[in-house]
Design a protein around this ligand. Structure first.
Ligand code: KIV
Length: 255
């Protein structure tokens, strides 16, 4: 029987040179399938704002949304590590608020770790959460909660100065105690340099093959996203399958 994955498993997998597979999930049946497939970590990403709730960005996602969806995923995950995203403004205002909100995702919703966006600027918050026993996954590069500042969802770290800033961000997160770091949409050589420099596993999305693991948004992988990002790899075409099944149902009812 597969063992329950913990944050220690993530660290051990990096040491052993084993790659880590992560996917997002937002509901019970999908999370059960992801878990049964042997995926090591499930992220209840705040991407649920766009994927599940039809918003244009992750900005409107609330703690209530995250708790609701994380509860469903946590009930389904028997082995995978469940990581819940901290939504916009749930950790930026003060360390106290960050503590309270991260605590809710663990205690009420059943996550085993939280993820938050930002590098050096968020290191003190990461340190405080880790001090009280809340494992934190960092997230640098393209950080969608910064969309109003960034202007668009584009690759980050293209100039040597930006790449150096990302490198320093990764070191700061590791130093603050993050157990893992998501590298989103950064050039592959920059991701490789960071991955080689830190002891904690890096989980890439659109950041090349040299990260210690990869994460994808489940609907991109299954062919359920209308316009998936360029870096997404599609493993099935479920949208057309589902549409065909639904049309057959309508036809059956009518005949
Ligand atoms: O919210 C999310 O799904 C994420 C992943 C894309 C890393 O942060």
């Amino acid at each position: 029987m597969p063992m329950r994955v913990t944050v220690d498993t993530f660290r051990d997998m990096k040491k052993a040179g084993e790659k880590i597979a992560m996917l997002t999930a937002y509901d019970y049946p999908t999370a059960a399938l992801v878990d049964a497939a042997g995926v090591h970590g499930i992220l209840v990403g705040d991407s649920l704002g766009m994927i599940m709730l039809g918003y244009e960005s992750t900005i409107p996602v609330t703690m209530q949304d995250m708790i609701h969806h994380t509860k469903a995923v946590a009930r389904a995950a028997k082995n995978a590590l469940v990581v819940a995203d901290m939504p916009f403004m749930s950790y930026q205002v003060s360390q106290e608020e960050a503590l309270r909100n991260a605590g809710r995702l663990i205690q009420e919703a059943g996550a085993s770790a939280v993820k938050l966006e930002g590098g050096r600027v968020m290191a003190p918050v990461v340190r405080r959460l880790v001090e009280v026993g809340i494992p934190v996954m960092g997230h640098i590069g393209l950080t969608p909660q910064w969309i109003n500042e960034l202007g668009s969802y584009k690759v980050q770290g293209k100039t040597p100065e930006e790449a150096e800033r990302l490198f320093q961000d990764a070191l700061a997160l590791q130093e603050a105690g993050a157990f893992s770091i998501v590298l989103e949409c950064i050039p592959a050589p920059v991701a490789k340099r960071i991955t080689e420099a830190v002891d904690v596993p890096t989980i890439g999305i659109g950041s090349g093959r040299d990260c210690d693991g990869q994460i994808q948004v489940i609907t991109d992988l299954l062919g359920l996203t209308e316009k998936p990002p360029k870096h997404a790899r599609q493993y099935a075409s479920l949208a057309s399958e589902i549409k065909k099944a639904l049309e057959r149902f309508v036809q059956d009812v009518q005949t």
